[in-house]
Structures are given as structure tokens and as C-alpha cells.
Design a protein around this ligand. Structure first.
Ligand code: ADP
Ligand code: ZN
Length: 835
């Protein structure tokens, strides 16, 4: 037998399979994890396919098969191949997230001083660069090895050659060592009675004869428990020597019981409430059920956008869909942007399907993830809830995938390969496995909504709309205050023109209308949230008369202000996409008014402003400084919910699906900051955030008020968000994207190079750009544009300087087939983080 495998070798030959033979004493199926010889060391490999013959010559046999496999289903293997191809990584990398947590072991090269080498001084004196070599050697501790890649990062890649020379001359030793396995099953010893026909009474009688009363008691204890008892527990009660004696007597035996580290072990489930569906929910559930129940439904009819405003009952639709899926004997994956942010979703699923819910997300310990993985694989759960990586959970018989808040950025993995988008992976997996896909959102990503409006490239999505909030669709029975349910069940939203505030010489961060509303709300005992967009920490230039933010003439993205540290030198505005740059001018090009440089304020600034006007009111600040983990989030949220008239100041975190009841006022401190973020997505993102935060006001039966402060009160994103009018926003934004050939009408690929020296980084980026241009010149049919190099944002991260190139076109990754990138480069296809 022969097996084709993927190994973690190189992204250049990323789709390459290697063939090995399987010795007759071993058996391999696709999805198995193997050890194979590669070069002159063993490495891990994933079996992709097996066959009886091969045309490859000189095949070597595999070393071993990791037990308990196969770990990856055929469906997921196909998905992995697609991920490797589309996101430009190798198949093995794409498979790693599908393996049991901790299964992927990496080989690291370690270096240390050779204790047997001659005195370095003597050795180095004859070499060509004695001082450089000596300085590299000085970085090595005397009697300890360090990881080579860490050392190289420390000394800088240009000095790596001195390290190489030291290795060559035997002054430094290199060793390859596999890291230890990350996670394992854990077992506990339990004690049970031996079933050999002897009754408890007989054993006890025997012990009584021997006057060994403690042993009799132990036997009684076990008989009463009627199930295996942990050995540790028996030792505590009877003492370890008695336990050992009874084992030695042959009356009891040890059983190893696997311990399940269950993240939901102490989770208290509330009673479930099953509502009668509203007509809109009913029809959505019917369409989805049809798709789940029918085998023949072709792929087109198995994808849905559940387009429903906040509080319109989407979660109830997911629950019904999951029920249907379970009824037909299949399982479901439900993805949420962040578990910590959406405790109610978990609560509602856990109460509807008690004991049937698995969790998969990065907040769990490795051990918990390991145990959950194996229990999912074992088929112990009907529904897996998790963050983006849960799409790789080993769910057989997959019938349904739900992605809640599908527009959220957390579904794209940006920080490491494979840089996949869970939504696209989910679509692929659903196609392979015949599962139904539901994408839910009040503010779907443009590309999703477009596909639900028309079939694009043969890929359509059915749209199911929930247009009404539940509190409007289901009238409150004893509604004394009927007026609160008027309108579409939304808060009233008010846009405040900050230009008028300036005009009236009110130079405060909080406008007069917002201050008035806050005062009313605080006096009335209501809770308020002030929202500040923190992502925009870059400075930008905005005209205070007309509100225009200076943007790039080539690509429409807002320009970022770079202050020149040299005195007297002028500041510049820079485009992070195409490196367009221009000096800062005084006047505004639109209206002749004065441009003013602005820097986004943080939550601290807002807090200061609030305390100035409301010294008596309790103020809570919610950002990554004050709430670092789930526990701290919950604590802050509890505090806010508990007592009276708090003012909560928060970043976009507060916008993410938090169900905070009775918030009667939401203030957006500056809608402009989001619009100034140098990304083609800044407008879309601003709309989404504004629509969501204003949706925070008046969730329960409180009517609520939302106030949006801006220098651009006419901006379509702001106007549409205030009216919760997605279609209006979509109609304008999609035309702009078309006009400037921006996604979804084109794809971006972001190439980033990082190095410890700024010049090295920039030079390498320049040379790759030149190579790409040469290639494009000789292949005029390929329509790809290349921009950059421009500094990534932030330009320096963890001591490394980062420069980037952007490719844009219909199929930009194809360029990389011809212009391969060396080490130090990362490739991000369809990047979310553009700057
Ligand atoms: P979404 O997920 O769209 O934000 P939810 O599913 O959280 O909305 O629903 C909002 C609230 O309405 C929840 O408290 C939910 O229990 C309730 N709800 C959902 N469907 C119904 C219904 N058909 N009748 C009454 N209440 C409902
Ligand atoms: Zn530009």
C-alpha cells in the first residue's frame, strides 16, 4: 500500500503531495497523522489518500501511524486542500487546526556553545569577522541551549551569517528537538469489586475471621457505592495501605477512568422558554427546515442570510434550525464572534439542549479543548458552539452551520497562517458535507448581502428577513405605555452637528444636546452608554467647517497624518494603501475652510470629560485595559446592570451583541473617527458599528434615545445608521465600491515583510515589487495592480519593522505562482486588516 501525504515543508510547493509506502504491519487511512522520514529526519505528515500502486520511484516507508486516528474526515481534508490553495499556505498547515489540540508537534533547532571547542578567542582570531562573531557568541548563555529562531530574531537576520559561520567552525552546536506533546488524556485510578462469583458477604466473613475490620469496611463502602470509587477517595478514608492490601488480596481491582475536563461542568442551565414564532420567524424556519430535511436540495438552496435587526429573534430561529437538524439525526456547529461577549447565546443553547453542547474556543485550557475535541469526535454532542476555529471541529454527520453576526472581523484569522475566513471555509465545508448554512446579521457584510440580492458568479444565497423587533411583532399584553412600542421598536436616533457646537464656541467633547440628554437620563435614574471608536488611533485631518476628511485621490481611503519629528519640517499626509503622500495644507479643498489635525481620543479622555460634568455620577470604563478577560467583562457588566444611573464608557466591545437591558441613552462621541480609519472598509464598518450601538438603546420596553456626534451629519453612513436603514446604506456603498473597483468587485492580497532593520525591510519590499512589476509587464493580460511598499500599521511591531505591498485585481494571488516570496514574508488573501 502507498500513501500520499502532506508535510509542513514549504509554502512554495504548498499543494505538493509526497508518496510513501506503508509497511505491511501498519495500516493507514486518509486523515491519519503519520511520522515519515524526510531528508534525514522524521517529520509529521497527514495522509491524504491511499492507493495500491505508485509511479513514484524509490519510495521510502513511513515510520509510524499516530494511534486513534483518523483525525480528519474526508470532507475536512477536501476543505484543507482548498484552504491551502486559496489562502496560499501548505496543506499540512491548513490541517493543523483540524487535528486534536496539541497533536501537531514542531521541530525546533536549538543552538548552544560547544563546550569541547577550543577557547573561542583562539578560534575567532583567525576568522574573517572576529568582532561580529564574538558579539553573536556573546548572546549565547554559557551552559544552556536557546532556540535558533529566537536567537536570530534577537541578533537580526543580517547577522545570521555570523551564526552560520560559528556553527560551521564547530564553536556552536546545533540540535533538532521535537517539542513535547501539548495535551494528553488524563486518567484517574478507580477501584471496583472483582466479579469472581464471591459475594460481598463471603469476602467480609473472611476478613472478619482474619480480624481485618478496616478491609471489611472498605468492601462495604464499595458495595454501597455500587460504582467505581476513586482510589484517592478510598485512600483518604481508609488509608493507602488498606487500599493496597485489599487490592493484593485480589478482592478489588484498579480501573483507569478517563477524566473529562468539561468546560460546562459547573454551568447552571436556566429553564428554557419556547416562544410561539412570529410569522416572519415561522417562514424563515420553514425554508431552513426544508433545506435540512431534503437530501436533494442542491447547494444553491442550502445557504441563507438571516437578515434581522437586533432583537428580531434570530437566535430563536437558530435554535429551531438546530432542533430540526438533530431530528434528522445530524449535528450542528454554531459560531459566534466571541464567546465571552455572547454569554446569552450559550445560555440559550445550553438550556434548549442540556448536556448536548460542546464548546470549542481559545478561552478554554488546552486540556479542556483536547477532551472536548475527543468527545465531539466520539459523537457525544449534538451542537458545537465556538469561535472561528470551531468550523474545524470533528463533527460527523454535519447538517447545519450557523454563523451569528457574520459580518464580524473575528471570523477572519489574520495573525497566523492559514489566514482563513471562517465564513468562506464554512461555505466550502457545507458544500462538501451537504450541510445547511445560515449567516445571521442585522448589518451583513456587503459581499454577503450582495450575494443574497443576486446570483454572483453562480453563487447565490437565499435571504430570510426579520424586519421587526420582537417587542413590536409580539405586542406586550399589558402594555400600559403603548407609545413605547411605536415605530419599528427602535430607539429614536438624533444626529448632532458638531460644527454648530464649534460655531457657538462650545468646544467640548460632549455636545450640548448630548449633555442635556445625559443630564435628563441620569436624573431620571436611567443608564447611559458612551461609545468611542478606539481602532482609529491614527491622526487624520478633518475640516471643521464642512467635515471633509482628507482622503487619497487614487484609492479613496482616508489619509493618515505623519508628524515630522524634525523641527520646521512640515507634516505629511500618507496613504497606507498606495504610498501617495502630500504636505498638510491649511485650507480645505472642498470649502476653503480650515483643516484641523485630529487625533482619536481614547476612553480615558471621555471619562475625564464625563467626570467634569457629572462629578456625582458613577462612571464605568470598559476597554481592554479595564476588562482583560471574560471574568472581568462579566464583573463590569454586572456592576453596570446592578445599580442605578451609571454611565458606561466603552469601545466597540459594547456594540458586540451584549444584551444590556434598560439602557435608555446611547451616545456616540465621534462618528468621524471610524470614517477616518485608512481602509476601504471604514464606511461599512462605521455604519455597522453605529447601527449596532444605536440598536443598544431601548432594547427591552424602554424607548431609548441614541445620539450621534459628528462633523459630517449628512454622511450617508451616519444618516442610514441613525435610521437603521441597511438598504439605503447598501445602495450607495455598493456603487462606490463598483466605481473604485474595490471588494467585492476586486480582491486584495496583502504581502507583508518584517525585519529587525527598517532599511532591510523596505529594500526587500521594493525588490519584490520590482519583480512583480517585471512579471506584470511581460504578462499584460493579467490585470493586477500593485501598490507600495508602504509602512504597515503600526510600522513597528514587537521590535520588527513592517513594510507591505498590496495586490489588487480579479485574481491577484496568481502573481505569486511566478514571483515566489522568501522567508520573512506573510501573505494575507482577502485581508481584513489592510493597514
Ligand atoms: P436577535 O438574536 O435577533 O438579537 P433574539 O433571538 O435575542 O434576537 O430575541 C430577542 C428577544 O426576544 C429574546 O429575549 C427572545 O427570547 C425573545 N423572542 C424571540 N422570539 C420570540 C417570539 N417568537 N415571541 C416572544 N419572544 C421572542
Ligand atoms: Zn492611495
Amino acid at each position: 500500500m502507498y500513501v500520499d501525504v502532506a508535510v509542513d515543508f514549504s509554502d512554495k510547493d504548498r499543494l505538493r503531495r509526497y508518496t510513501y509506502s506503508v509497511p505491511s504491519n501498519l495500516s493507514v487511512v486518509p486523515g491519519d497523522l503519520l511520522w515519515v522520514p524526510f531528508g534525514y529526519r522524521p517529520i509529521q505528515a497527514i495522509a491524504l489518500s491511499v492507493s495500491d500502486s505508485t509511479e513514484t520511484e524509490n519510495v521510502r516507508p513511513i515510520d509510524s501511524v499516530v494511534p486513534d486516528g483518523p483525525f480528519i474526515s474526508e470532507h475536512l481534508l477536501r476543505v484543507a486542500e482548498w484552504i491551502a490553495d486559496y489562502y496560499r499556505t501548505n496543506i499540512f498547515r491548513a490541517c493543523v487546526a483540524m487535528l486534536p489540540p496539541g497533536a501537531n508537534r514542531q521541530l525546533h533547532i536549538w543552538v548552544s556553545k560547544n563546550p569541547d571547542a577550543q577557547e573561542p578567542v583562539v578560534l575567532l582570531s583567525g576568522s574573517s569577522d572576529p568582532t561580529e562573531r564574538a558579539s553573536v557568541l556573546a548572546e549565547l548563555p554559557p551552559n544552556r541551549r536557546v532556540r535558533r529562531d529566537r536567537l536570530v530574531r534577537k541578533i537580526g537576520r543580517p547577522r545570521e551569517r555570523y551564526l552560520n559561520a560559528l556553527v560551521r567552525d564547530g564553536v556552536v552546536i546545533e540540535e533538532s528537538i521535537w517539542n513535547r506533546p501539548g495535551a494528553n488524556a488524563i486518567f484517574k485510578s478507580h477501584i471496583v469489586l472483582v466479579d469472581d462469583g464471591q459475594s460481598v458477604a463471603e469476602i467480609v466473613a473472611d476478613y472478619t475471621k482474619r480480624h481485618t475490620h478496616r478491609r471489611s469496611e472498605l468492601i462495604h463502602h464499595l458495595a454501597a457505592a455500587n460504582e467505581p470509587v476513586p482510589r484517592a477517595e478510598l485512600s483518604r478514608i481508609f488509608g493507602p495501605h488498606i487500599v493496597k492490601a485489599v487490592i493484593d488480596d485480589g478482592n478489588v481491582k484498579i480501573e483507569r477512568v478517563r477524566v473529562d475536563r468539561d468546560p460546562l461542568a459547573d454551568y447552571s442551565v436556566q429553564d428554557t422558554i419556547i416562544h410561539d414564532l412570529t410569522p416572519e420567524q415561522q417562514s424563515a424556519v420553514e425554508s431552513i427546515s426544508q433545506s435540512i430535511q431534503s437530501d436533494s436540495a442542491d447547494e444553491q438552496n442550502r445557504k441563507f442570510l438571516l437578515f434581522g435587526v437586533t432583537g428580531s429573534g434570530k437566535t430563536e430561529v437558530y435554535l429551531r434550525a438546530a432542533e430540526r437538524c438533530i431530528e434528522v439525526g445530524r449535528r450542528a456547529i454554531v459560531m459566534v464572534p466571541e464567546i465571552a461577549m455572547t454569554p446569552q447565546t450559550l445560555q440559550r443553547f445550553a438550556s434548549r439542549f442540556p448536556g448536548q453542547i460542546a464548546l470549542q474556543h481559545s478561552g478554554l485550557t488546552l486540556g479542556q479543548r483536547f477532551d472536548q475535541w475527543h468527545r465531539i469526535k466520539n459523537g457525544d454532542y449534538k451542537v458545537v458552539i465556538g469561535s472561528r476555529s470551531s468550523i474545524f471541529a470533528p463533527v460527523d454527520d454535519l447538517g447545519l452551520v450557523v454563523i451569528d453576526e457574520e459580518h464580524e472581523w473575528t471570523f477572519k484569522q489574520s495573525d497566523r497562517a492559514p489566514r482563513y475566513h471562517a465564513r468562506d471555509v464554512a461555505e466550502r465545508l457545507c458544500r462538501e458535507s451537504g450541510a445547511t448554512l445560515i449567516l445571521g446579521s442585522a448589518t451583513p457584510e456587503l459581499v454577503t448581502y450582495r450575494r443574497s440580492s443576486a446570483v454572483v458568479n453562480g453563487h447565490g444565497i437565499g435571504r430570510l428577513t426579520l424586519s421587526q423587533r420582537i417587542n413590536q411583532a409580539v405586542p406586550v399584553k399589558d402594555a400600559t405605555d403603548a407609545a413605547s412600542n411605536s415605530g419599528a421598536g427602535f430607539a429614536a436616533a438624533k444626529i448632532v452637528d458638531m460644527r454648530l457646537e464649534l460655531y457657538d464656541a462650545h468646544r467640548e467633547m460632549l455636545s450640548r444636546p448630548l449633555l442635556d440628554a445625559l443630564r435628563d437620563n441620569v436624573d431620571g435614574g436611567g443608564k447611559s452608554i458612551l461609545f468611542i471608536n478606539r481602532r482609529g488611533s491614527a491622526s487624520f485631518v478633518q475640516c471643521m467647517s464642512c467635515g471633509t476628511i482628507r482622503s487619497c485621490p487614487n484609492c479613496q481611503t482616508p489619509l493618515t497624518l505623519h508628524r515630522n519629528p524634525r523641527r520646521g519640517a512640515s507634516n505629511r499626509l500618507l496613504c497606507h494603501y498606495c504610498s501617495y503622500s502630500v504636505g498638510v495644507e491649511r485650507g480645505c479643498r472642498e470649502c476653503g475652510g480650515n483643516g484641523i489635525a485630529r487625533r482619536a481620543t481614547g476612553t480615558e479622555g471621555v471619562e475625564e470629560a464625563v467626570r467634569k460634568f457629572f462629578p456625582e455620577t458613577p462612571v464605568l470604563r470598559w476597554d481592554s485595559d479595564t476588562a482583560r478577560n471574560a471574568a472581568e467583562h462579566t464583573k463590569l457588566l454586572d456592576e453596570f446592570q446592578d445599580k442605578g444611573n451609571h454611565i458606561l464608557i466603552g469601545t466597540q466591545m459594547v456594540a458586540k451583541g451584549l444584551d444590556i437591558p434598560a439602557v435608555s441613552l446611547v451616545g456616540v462621541v465621534s462618528a468621524d473617527i471610524g470614517l477616518a480609519i485608512p481602509s476601504f472598509r471604514s464606511v461599512e464598518r462605521t455604519f455597522q458599528l453605529l447601527a449596532q450601538v444605536t440598536g443598544r438603546a431601548g432594547r427591552a420596553d424602554t424607548p431609548g434615545l441614541a445620539i450621534i456626534q459628528t462633523f459630517q451629519p449628512e454622511h450617508y453612513a451616519i444618516v442610514a445608521a441613525a435610521r437603521q436603514d441597511y438598504e439605503q446604506f447598501y445602495a450607495i456603498e455598493i456603487e462606490k465600491r463598483r466605481q473604485y473597483s474595490l471588494p467585492p468587485f476586486a480582491h486584495y492580497v496583502r504581502l507583508m515583510y518584517s525585519a529587525s532593520e527598517n532599511d532591510d525591510s523596505q529594500m526587500e519590499a521594493r525588490s519584490v515589487r520590482r519583480r512583480i512589476e517585471e512579471y506584470l509587464q511581460t504578462n499584460p493580460k493579467i490585470s493586477v495592480e500593485v501598490a507600495g511598499p508602504s509602512p504597515a500599521y503600526p510600522a513597528r511591531l514587537k521590535g520588527r519593522y513592517r513594510w507591505q505591498l498590496l495586490l489588487k485585481g480579479v485574481n491577484p494571488p496568481q502573481v505569486l505562482d511566478w514571483v515566489p516570496l522568501g522567508r520573512g514574508w506573510t501573505v494575507d488573501v482577502d485581508p481584513i486588516e489592510m493597514i
